[in-house]
Design a protein around this ligand. Sequence first.
Ligand SMILES: [Zn+2]
Length: 215
Amino acid sequence: MIIFGSKTVGSTVKSGKFDCPNCRREESYKLKNYKKYFHIFFIPLFKIQDLGDELNCFFCNTAYIPGSILSQEQYDTRNKLGTLSYEENNRLGLEPCDFGKRVGAYAIDLAIMYAVSLTIVLLVPSISMFFMFIGFVYFTACDFVLKGSSLGKLALSIKTVDFDENQEILVYNIILRNLVKGICVYFPPLFMTSLLNQDKRAIHDLAAKTMVIDK
Ligand SMILES: [Zn+2]
């Protein structure tokens, strides 16, 4: 059994119709991006290498270099968040969410955490040590199950994405983000770092290469 190693994962970037040179007629295509991840027990932990994009004919499955098939308008190789400026992000419709909304989502999450904590303490008084970790456990579990959201974020239609790739956040991002966030709870002004840059990224976003956007 392979416990850890590297694994190539392809994700569909877009699909459409094109004139397939092999089929010599109009067919559907899928444009996929491939990345190599380091994995443990089949869980991709972090990205090792970006292998690039490939375009495949849906009918004959021939692989093409996307740039040779699609026009520049259809295939923009710069369509990756990490390489774009704030204005270009906006052009793609990715709007970093307002600080107020994040505070609102956090308030909802805090209320839920307090309700859960209170119930736990009433049921099992000896478990108070658990409090130190409840925020980390809550946000980490939410990020895994809700794919970058928490109950508060869901309520306000915002979510956390990978800043470089604009994809779902990975295990590595989730754990690092919530560890730093957990430390910031002891120094709340650190959350204000979100007000200091155009992408509205707080210190835990910068550490974990994430960004919170409006859905
Ligand atoms: Zn074809």
